[in-house]
Design a binder for this molecule. Structure first.
Ligand code: NDP
Length: 367
């Protein structure tokens, strides 16, 4: 679904092809045994759609602290293909009905929920009740109430909950955080960010019941995140304007595009833009002594950036491999999760405030 860099997609397709092995049941069981014996934690991916198959599963062939141990899918053909491709034993393959049986599976330590947004809450809660740690894709859920229930379920089961915010592991974004939070070029005055692509009809992303909203839930959330991690601050208030619906049929239940303005501490103004019928991929910061920016900003790789001292240059990394390894390490070393459920909840509060401002036409205070 996402087209976040042709180079990234063709590279992962190539590496998948080059690394393709057809495993049988015995070799798959042997693989599990060896991975576990090496101290890695087993991850089960739930929902084998575009992101799980295009990014997360290939990333799990590059991780050092975790590995692909299981899958949960409603599509038997995918189960058959993944079983052979990734060496997953029959006993580690589940569907949505048998999901809760994962509790009896010692190969699986972490459940990674990669389902449509409206399904996140149910599967995170069931994962915690099955005694597993959980990573949940963004947005964490479609309501704040759901986030509260997810956090409570993980607390009750004494399991960790993390959100799949991959950009916290990207060196270009880490540099933006350093420049912003340490005020390397002085106080920030204004920020702007835009993330937009064209979403075709007939997918759950255009269905408010399944997605919780439109491009704001899916893409605008990256801009919201960036405003917070570059400044190290939280927004105080928001105003927002829905864009014109040029395709009311396609956007019958969700916004086509949306612009919003955050007021942040220190008088910082941050303007975000998101759309499912446009193209945008930028993050720009104006500080007292210069401008620093990323464009493209939110890709899986191929991010570019520059600041007052010239172009940024960082090595290519696998964001998803780093993100999953970091979560696994927080379990292994019993340290707090870097991108916890509380952060996912905080962002759902901001997304809801943006919608409230859009609907009311009023400035909304964020608490
Ligand atoms: P897809 O539509 O490509 O895949 C979703 C998968 O969920 C389906 O393939 C299916 O897998 C399963 N599913 C179960 N029930 C349903 C249902 N009723 N309708 C549709 N799918 C269903 O979505 P993505 O992979 O693009 O997105 C999944 C999640 O990941 C979303 O929350 C999204 O926001 C997030 N995401 C995050 C990205 C990031 O960069 N962090 C990038 C892309 C997405 P199966 O057939 O196996 O049951």
């Amino acid at each position: 679904m996402y087209d976040l860099g042709i180079a990234s997609l063709s590279l992962s397709a190539l590496s998948l092809f080059a690394g393709f092995k057809s495993h049988d049941e015995n070799s798959s069981k042997e693989r599990m045994r060896k991975e576990k014996a090496s101290g890695k934690l087993g991850i089960a991916l739930v929902g084998l759609g575009g992101y799980a198959s295009g990014q997360l599963a290939p990333a799990l062939t590059e991780t050092s602290n975790c590995f692909l141990a299981g899958i949960v899918t409603g599509t038997p053909e995918k189960a058959e293909k993944w079983k052979k491709q990734y060496g997953i034993p029959e006993s580690n393959i589940y569907d949505y009905k048998s999901f809760d049986q994962i509790k009896n599976n010692p190969d699986i330590d972490i459940i990674y929920v990669v389902l449509p947004n409206s399904m996140h809450a149910e599967y995170v809660i069931r994962a915690a009740e099955a005694g597993k740690h959980v990573i949940c894709e963004k947005p964490m859920a479609i309501t704040v109430d759901e986030c509260d229930k997810m956090i409570a379920a993980c607390k009750k089961a004494d399991r960790k909950l993390g959100v799949g915010y991959r950009l916290h592991h990207d060196p270009y974004h880490l540099e933006m955080m350093r420049l912003g939070q340490q005020k390397i070029h002085g106080n920030i005055k204004t920020m702007s960010a835009g993330f937009a692509f064209n979403a075709q009809k007939g997918i759950w992303r255009l269905d408010k019941t399944m997605a919780g909203g439109g491009p704001l839930m899916d893409l605008g959330i990256y801009c919201v995140q960036a405003f917070c991690y570059v400044t190290g601050q939280s927004p105080i208030s928001v105003t927002a304007q829905e864009g014109q619906k040029t395709d009311p049929e396609r956007f019958a239940t969700v916004e086509q595009s949306l612009t919003w303005q955050f007021e942040m501490p220190g008088g910082i103004k941050a303007e975000g833009f998101t759309s499912y019928a446009d193209s945008r991929n930028t993050l720009k910061v104006e500080a007292e002594r210069g401008v620093y920016e990323l464009a493209p900003a939110f890709n899986y790789n191929g991010i570019r950036g520059n600041g007052p001292e010239g172009k940024f240059s960082f090595p290519a990394v696998n964001q998803q491999a780093r993100q999953m390894d970091d979560f696994a390490l927080s379990l292994i070393h019993k340290r707090p999760v870097r991108l916890p459920g509380e952060m996912g909840r905080r962002d759902v509060v901001y997304l809801q405030a943006i919608y409230q401002a859009m609907r009311s036409g009023q400035k909304v205070l964020i608490r």
